[in-house]
Design a protein around this ligand. Structure first.
Ligand SMILES: Cc1cc2nc3c(=O)[nH]c(=O)nc-3n(C[C@H](O)[C@H](O)[C@H](O)COP(=O)(O)OP(=O)(O)OC[C@H]3O[C@@H](n4cnc5c(N)ncnc54)[C@H](O)[C@@H]3O)c2cc1C
Length: 360
């Protein structure tokens, strides 16, 4: 049986980033991917790097902020090694809130500031010079980046191969074999691959693979992309919808949050509602052309925190459950998991993310 130092189950952005990082430390790494690498949640994401957003649970903020800080270097290395541009944009986010709730780091925007930043936004004054677009009561600016997740995963696949990571595509892991209480191999639908360390990076499917089960469940997200004439410069986020511009003129509009099992069907009425909410904010989009609609499955957990660390089976690790933030969290996940796997001290406190927290 052919063997590696570490086997990674799942070739999404989490598995790919970790594989590259472990390879840099000299490990021989194999990614075993059921389908094509980078075609599940990592293909479906909007790509907001919202490290300081209100949606980030407090326990996750230190990790999220550190990952956002690491992003330019992470992207630079992937672009360099792959020759693929990943459209890292840093024009920032305009937040629009019905409830007037903004993250600490957001700077309030006046009506004229908002109009000059993004003339396409529908605006109305609340009478005191504050923006009130379409009845919303406030706007603020947040210094956040975005990336094109499809380009990012394409770059990560190429960089991984370039650095000597082996990838077995179209190969489903059926079982993780344990000998004398330690991980020994993964059994696939075709063969077995041996390694003393196995990392479960199977996204929304991470809970389906033994020897230990984790409560990861799929949370469906439907999205669409339009091609708009004048386009947008900034990410726009309200409580109802977000709009993420790409440099090629596309605007990605999302997203639903649905507990619908492993169903990835796209529903016309969900897409229509998202489009309607987007045109309420940016009326010029009514003239845009729908380019694509799709759905993906976020790896959700009950406490909305990722699962990061070694399990009670020696040599068996998990890096999954990144829910709405796996694109953002890829660089920090690769770093802390590499440290954990190599037994090095970790600068981040990972207690809240321990795989053992679900055991009663
Ligand atoms: C609509 C939507 C919008 C999003 N927007 C954002 C955003 O703006 N910003 C952000 O940071 N995050 C966002 N996310 C979340 C982000 O996409 C995920 O958290 C992230 O992609 C998870 O990456 P992953 O590698 O864990 O999972 P995946 O990309 O799903 O990869 C898991 C891989 O494991 C493989 N696999 C599963 N089971 C097996 C098996 N038994 N054997 C072998 N391989 C297996 C799968 O085929 C898959 O390729 C969004 C997600 C969705 C759905």
């Amino acid at each position: 049986m052919k063997s590696w130092d570490a086997i990674i189950i799942g070739g999404g952005i989490i598995g790919l980033s970790l594989a590259i990082s472990l390879r840099k430390q000299g490990l021989r790494v194999l990614i075993v991917e059921r389908g094509e690498p980078g075609r599940e949640a990592s293909h479906a994401a909007a790509g907001m790097l919202a490290g300081s957003g209100l949606e980030i649970p407090p326990a996750l903020r230190p990790l999220a902020e550190e990952s956002a800080r690491l992003y330019p270097e992470f992207v630079h290395e992937l672009e360099d090694e792959s020759g693929i541009k990943v459209d890292l944009r840093d024009q920032g986010t305009i937040l629009i809130s019905h409830e007037g709730k903004f993250p600490e780091k957001a700077e309030p925007l006046s009506l004229s500031q908002m109009q000059s930043l993004e003339p396409q936004l529908k605006t109305a004054s609340d009478g005191r010079g504050r923006p009130s677009p379409h009845g919303q009561i406030g706007a603020a600016f947040l210094n956040e980046r975005s990336v094109d997740p499809r380009a990012l995963t394409a770059a990560a696949i190429k960089a991984a191969k370039h650095s000597g990571v082996d990838i077995s595509s179209g190969t489903e892991v059926k079982k993780v074999s344990v000998e004398d209480g330690r991980v020994a191999a993964v059994e696939t639908d075709k063969t077995s691959y041996a390694a003393p360390m196995v990392v479960n990076c199977a996204g929304a499917w991470a809970g389906c693979i033994g020897p230990e089960r984790f409560p990861v469940k799929p949370i469906k997200g439907q999205m669409l992309a339009v091609v708009a004439g004048p386009g947008l410069k900034h990410i726009i986020r309200s409580e109802k919808v977000y709009l993420v511009p790409r440099s090629d003129g596309r605007i990605v509009i999302g997203s639903t949050l649905e507990d619908a099992g492993y169903d990835k069907r796209v529903e016309a009425d969900a897409i229509e509602k998202l489009f309607q909410a987007a045109t309420d904010l940016v009326p010029g989009l009514t003239a845009s052309r729908q380019h694509e609609a799709w759905a993906g499955l976020r790896p959700g957990t009950a406490d909305e925190l990722p699962i990061l660390g070694e399990t009670s089976t020696a040599g068996y690790f998990v890096a999954s459950g990144h829910y709405r933030d796996g694109i953002l969290l890829a660089p920090i996940t690769a770093r802390v998991m590499t440290e954990t796997i190599l037994g090095k001290p970790c600068a981040q406190d990972l207690t809240a993310f321990s795989p053992s927290r679900f055991k009663s």
